[in-house]
Write a protein that binds this ligand. Structure first.
Ligand code: NBG
Length: 796
């Protein structure tokens, strides 16, 4: 299709009639948006059908990405960009009296993920398509995604997400594909092998979302599975008059994909969550085998035709499920099935936090998936034999490594299962991969050192620079051409311009315009000329938003004491707290309390602001990164696996204040230590400090300013006099401080003074900002995917 604004405009009007049954005079904003989206989607579908034909006929090895979460963000802008249609559509919309910007503003995003892990999966899908690697991302089509965040009286209030309420035009429901997924029941073992007789069957149906590559016709897709009742009604029950039993089973089936679990601190033990995990991997694998046979392949080719990536442990039941399908359905023997499974799977670990490492109680697994538990036991038997051979007599090691946890309650350890089954295991930043080998999976790394590798995360420059920050994108393109969008290392060519006064000035103008736009959106909550000091990510104690707030309180006290040595500064915080995570919610309350106290004090508010931007999402993130001057990456060293927000800020010209944690380490090495504000204990020092009997009280006796800040919180100064609101937070910091907030405070405050000094020299700051961008090409998800393709998936 060759498009011009006129023909495109006519097509949008046509969609309004034939898809929405409306004429322009009565069309709502949502109708207009849907009509436009359908017109764009037609173009995507043409590309997709061509790509699918080519993949099927040429039998390409395909990446199967299994992830319980995808945070894909708004689709209209990114699809227009991939199709190269933005200008045409902008004019077309004007032609029919509409505005593309209003349409972009109107769009709701599918929040089918919690944070970094789901967004990483989406960046990877973008890069796979852009690099022309055939890939299908399988996941869950949650009817309710991540909750919307409101703030009432300074507290987070959750509202249910409604992404489907007004229609989601980017998906295609496939009516010709469905898979039956069993739960419960019993197994039988006869001469012909094992058979599973499930008690309950749920049907999985796919909704596909096309993922267009940028500057290439290659289009991949996300296949999101939705649960429906196997029969519309349980007819037996219906006929004997048990109407409610019949309806009940339908409701129960469809509940399965109702809601995304917000990652609370203790995720285990939720039956529905386990059902979701099994449901989508079973659908995914049945679908993969179906397609292989459809394309004329054979079952023994599974590992040659597919590279199956486990995005964290959530999809790990795919391991026993593939074994079951190969053995019980396709009648392969154990050894052949295991060889195929082991050659097909690889596993990415995303966290070292003990409470986030998934384990499932044995009785639950046994009740829900009896056949799978048998297979897990058998995998364990084979595996532990290997351990005993390699380490004779080392029973402690055998117990530590077992797939079945013996400590307290008996559980299945999903990270162990994923590691045993996979040909490669990777962490997501160099430090994290190293700690993974040294701590959580140490025994496994000793057994199979060659299995472990690192692939540092990356982010898509299409969405997070070109789309989110068009001003910067255009400036870069004008300077070095447009190749950087698909070859981010090209940003290096900006280096010589870092000292160019005119270029610096234009760089500053872009940032200022972005800050103005954000300030306006937030009701002029801050001065665009002030340093925009931003921290946006999930609220978690290890990410230490409270360290940021303690610093804000210290600045507040200084200003009240007449010390205005800091620069004008806006501290911008955004992020959601898991609904069940009390301490995180109290941190949000504190942010609002501090914001309120500062805004109420005329001596302070001219120089300092704290702003909490509600409802952090991909859409809001795209507004914040371009406006930030300073990126807060202040987690306790050793706890943030990688971080990806850190990369997005850097690529938008923010300088980082951060600890040596996650990918910060690599960002600092890439941009140069002199362009990064480092502070805090290292991961080793954190461990040593904890072992040596860390005393937060002792820190307080040595640091008057910090002690005052904490006393002020305790006194009710940020809770309208109510001393109970922050009592738990204060007590936890003073008594235990498990995340070493107090231990790192002074070093952090000092680093912030270096930030202020640097901000006072605008030329040098701009130079650092340009160099940060010029040297951050490594953090493209295109680079990450190339590494997966060569090191792990063995793609041609
Ligand atoms: C998160 C880590 C981040 C990392 C993302 C993507 C989970 C379990 N882990 O540090 O906390 O950047 O994964 O790898 O969500």
């Amino acid at each position: 299709m060759v498009d011009n604004p006129r023909s495109f405009a006519l097509e949008v009007l046509e969609k309004l009639s034939v898809e929405l049954a409306k004429f322009p005079g009565v069309a709502t904003r949502n109708d207009q948006y849907l009509a436009l989206a359908f017109a764009v989607r037609d173009r995507l579908l043409h590309r997709w059908v061509d790509s699918a034909r080519s993949v099927l006929t040429h039998k390409h090895r395909t990446v199967i990405y299994l992830s319980a979460e995808y945070l894909i963000g708004p689709q209209l802008g990114s699809n227009l960009m991939a199709l190269g249609l933005e200008e045409t559509v902008r004019e077309a919309m004007t032609e029919v009296g509409l505005s593309l910007d209003e349409m972009l503003e109107h769009e709701e995003e599918p929040g089918l993920g919690n944070g970094g892990l789901g967004r990483l999966a989406a960046c990877f899908m973008d890069s796979l398509a852009t690099l022309g690697i055939p890939a299908v991302g399988h996941g869950l089509r949650y009817e309710f995604g991540i909750f919307d965040q409101d703030i009432r009286d300074g507290w987070q209030v959750e509202r249910t997400d409604t992404w489907l309420r007004h229609g989601f035009p980017w998906e295609i429901r496939r009516y010709d594909v469905e898979h039956a997924v069993g739960f419960g029941g019993y197994t039988e073992h006869g001469a012909g092998g094992a058979r599973w007789f499930p008690e309950r069957i749920v049907k999985g149906v796919p909704y596909d979302v096309p993922i267009a590559g940028y500057g290439t016709p290659i289009t991949n897709f996300l296949r999101l599975w939705s649960a429906v009742a196997a029969e519309e009604f349980d007819l037996d029950a219906f006929q004997i008059g048990e109407y409610w039993r019949a309806v009940d089973s339908k409701i129960r089936s469809e509940n399965l994909t109702k809601v995304l679990y917000p990652n609370d601190t203790s995720p285990a033990g939720k039956q529905l969550r386990l059902e979701q995990q099994y449901f989508f991997v079973s659908c995914a694998l049945q679908d993969c085998l179906r397609l292989i046979l459809l394309g004329g392949g054979t079952i023994d080719q599974v590992a040659d035709l597919l590279a199956i990536q486990l995005n964290d442990t959530h999809p790990t039941l795919a391991v026993p499920e593939l074994m079951r399908l190969l053995m019980d359905i396709h009648r392969l023997g154990w050894d052949q099935a295991w060889s195929i499974t082991h050659r097909a799977f690889s596993y990415t670990n995303h966290t070292l936090m003990p409470e986030a490492l998934e384990t499932w109680p044995l009785p639950l697994v046994e009740r829900l998936l009896p056949r799978h538990l048998e297979i897990i036991y058998e995998i364990n038997r084979h595996f532990l034999e290997q351990v005993r051979t390699k380490f004779p007599g080392d029973d402690a090691r055998v117990r530590r490594m077992s797939l079945i946890g013996e400590d307290g309650d008996k559980t299945v350890r999903m990270a162990h299962l994923a590691t045993v089954a996979s040909h490669h295991v990777n962490g997501v930043a160099e430090l994290h991969s190293q700690l993974l080998r040294e701590t959580v999976l140490r025994d496994f790394a000793e057994l199979w050192p060659e299995r472990f590798t690192n692939v540092t995360n990356g982010v898509t420059p299409r969405r997070f620079v070109a789309l989110a920050n068009p001003g910067l994108g255009e400036l870069i393109t004008e300077a070095i051409g447009e190749d950087w969008i698909c070859d981010l290392d090209k940003l290096r060519e900006l280096e010589p311009l870092a000292d160019d006064a005119t270029f610096q000035e234009r760089w500053r103008d872009v940032k200022l315009a972005n800050k103005r736009a954000l300030a306006t959106r937030l009701g002029n909550a801050f001065d665009p000329e002030a340093l925009c000091d931003a921290q946006c990510k999930r609220i978690h104690e290890y990410k230490r938003q409270h360290l940021n707030l303690l610093h804000a309180i210290a600045l507040y006290q200084r200003l009240r004491d007449g010390d205005d040595s800091d620069v004008p500064r806006t501290i911008l915080i955004a992020g959601k707290a898991a609904p069940g995570y009390r301490a995180a919610k109290v941190i949000i309350r504190l942010a609002h309390g501090v914001a309120e106290a500062i805004a109420a004090d005329p001596r302070v508010r001219e120089k300092l602001r704290v702003v909490f931007m509600p409802d952090f999402s991909v859409k809001n993130a795209q507004r914040i990164y371009p406006a930030a001057d300073l990126s807060e990456q202040i987690s306790t060293a050793g706890m943030e696996a990688s971080g990806t927000g850190n990369m997005k800020f850097t690529l938008n010209g923010a300088l980082t204040i951060g600890t040596l944690d996650g990918a910060n380490v690599e960002i600092r090495a890439a941009v140069g230590a002199e362009h990064f504000f480092l502070f805090g204990l290292t991961a080793d020092e954190v461990l040593a400090k904890k072992r040596g009997g860390y005393s937060p009280r002792e820190v307080l006796t040595r640091d008057r300013e910090l002690a005052n800040a904490i006393e002020l919180i305790a006194s009710g100064a940020f809770s309208r006099g109510d001393r109970s609101v922050f009592a738990s937070l204060v007590q936890d910091l003073v008594d235990r401080d498990p995340f070493l907030v107090l231990a790192d405070f002074r070093s952090y405050a000092d680093a912030q003074q270096r930030v202020a000094a640097a901000w006072r020299a605008p030329g040098a700051w701009l130079r650092s900002s340009i160099l940060n961008v010029a040297r951050a090409g490594h953090f493209s998800s295109d680079r990450s995917i190339r590494e997966y393709a060569s090191k792990i998936w063995r793609m041609r």
